[in-house]
Every structure is written in C-alpha cells, then in structure tokens.
Ligand binder design. Structure first.
Ligand SMILES: [Zn+2]
Length: 131
C-alpha cells in the first residue's frame, strides 16, 4: 500500500474506534428491568431476560470490534508492508474494501469461503430435531 493509503486506513480505524466508543456501554441496570415480577406477571419474565441478553450481546459485539480495531492498528504499525494483503492467499485486498472495513484480514473470496465453512456445522435443519 502507498503511504497515502496507509494514512487513510489509519484515519478510518480512528474514526471507527471513536464511533464504537462514542456509543457508550449499553448498561443493564436494575431500574431498566423493573421490579421483580410477582406471581401475577410472571409471563413477562422471559421477555425481560431476552432484553438483557440482547443488550449483553451488543456489548460483546462492540468489545469484539474494539479488539479488531486495536489488532489492525498494531499490524499497521508493526508490519505496514503486509497490511492490506489477504492473510490467506496473500493477494492485495482492494483499497476500497480496506477503507470500509480496515480491520479485514482476508479478501472477499477467502472471507466468504471461510464463512461458508464455519457456518455449516452451526446450521441445523428442522429434521435434525425429529426422532
Ligand atoms: Zn484471499
């Protein structure tokens, strides 16, 4: 990558970090959840639990994003020559893709190949649950 492209990716990483950090932590506080349900409204409890798990998975996603941004910044710092090369096929990742997603480590082809592979065991057909 040219020094200009590197500078652009670095700026983009800073923007992304500011974006993620600026969103603030999605806190799950007792007052948001409301009073402990009495026996009468027990039916609502599952919905409250669902809200909590949505909030905490959002926090996890953001923590993951921050980590990826930090890793990308370090790679850019320590090894700018190989930054922007697909870690799988070592072809240059298109600058346009890097500007959108500066922390990607694979080209589109390798990325989608990896996603297809990793999603396979997770997806279960309805028939898997039948006896
Ligand atoms: Zn590749």
């Amino acid at each position: 990558m040219t020094p200009d492209q590197i500078a652009r990716v670095r700026r983009r990483l800073e923007e992304l970090r500011a974006e993620v950090e600026g969103a603030g932590n999605i806190a799950v506080r007792a007052e948001d959840i409301g009073p402990v349900p009495s026996a009468a409204d027990e039916d609502e409890a599952p919905f409250r639990e669902m809200d909590q798990s949505i909030a905490s998975s959002r926090n996890r996603v953001r923590a993951d994003q921050l980590l990826r941004i930090a890793v990308a910044e370090r790679r850019l710092e320590e090894d700018p020559d190989s930054f922007g090369l697909c870690e799988k096929c070592e072809e240059p990742i298109p600058p346009r893709r890097l500007e959108l997603l500066p922390f990607v480590r694979k080209c589109v082809d390798c990325q989608s190949a990896a996603e297809v592979r990793s999603s396979k065991p997770v997806r279960k057909k309805v028939t898997d649950y039948q006896e």
